[in-house]
Ligand binder design. Structure first.
Ligand SMILES: [Zn+2]
Length: 165
């Protein structure tokens, strides 16, 4: 399944390169493969690290240019979060819903059939829709537990002061 997507993405890139007489660089295909091997979302730094581990050194400029091209070709989805930008290899231009933690930045994809149904029926004026990405911002369970522990700690200190008074 995943390999099918990679093959489709490679085919789309080859088609674009041929039609636009671009140079067929091995870097671009190596980047595309690396992205489709990543499970879920990644930052540009994570992608660079992954390439370096494979002994494939790509310049920052090539990374940015390639990513922008992949976004344009709908082979990669760009997510702009509050704290950073993440990418996701996805060539099906389907709809996605995410929950993102405003404290640690963790992003999880969620399945919300009831929301999907509502959005499917939304009519947009003078606009041909292709797909949507929906983000819920909030605090993940781990961060909630962490802040609760902090509060409790403060609470104990405060009650000690109260006792001394
Ligand atoms: Zn969190």
């Amino acid at each position: 399944m995943k390999n099918d997507k990679k093959v489709a993405a490679r085919a789309a890139l080859t088609k674009y390169i041929e039609e636009n007489n671009c140079r067929k660089t091995t870097e671009r295909f190596a980047l595309l493969d690396a992205m489709y091997d990543i499970d879920g979302l990644f930052t540009i730094e994570e992608l660079a690290e992954r390439m370096a581990v494979q002994n494939f050194h790509v310049s920052r400029a090539t990374l940015y240019n390639s990513l922008n091209l992949f976004v344009k070709l709908c082979l990669v989805v760009k997510h702009r979060f509050q704290t950073e930008t993440k990418y996701e290899a996805c060539c099906d231009t389907s709809n996605h819903c995410y929950q993102t933690c405003t404290i640690c930045g963790k992003v999880t994809e969620i399945d919300l059939p009831e929301i999907a149904k509502v959005l499917y029926n939304v009519r947009l004026k003078r606009f041909r829709r292709e797909y949507y990405s929906l983000y819920f911002y909030g605090v993940c369970q781990t961060c909630q537990a962490r802040s609760k522990r902090k509060k409790n700690l403060k609470g104990t200190k405060k009650s000690n002061i109260d006792k001394n008074e």
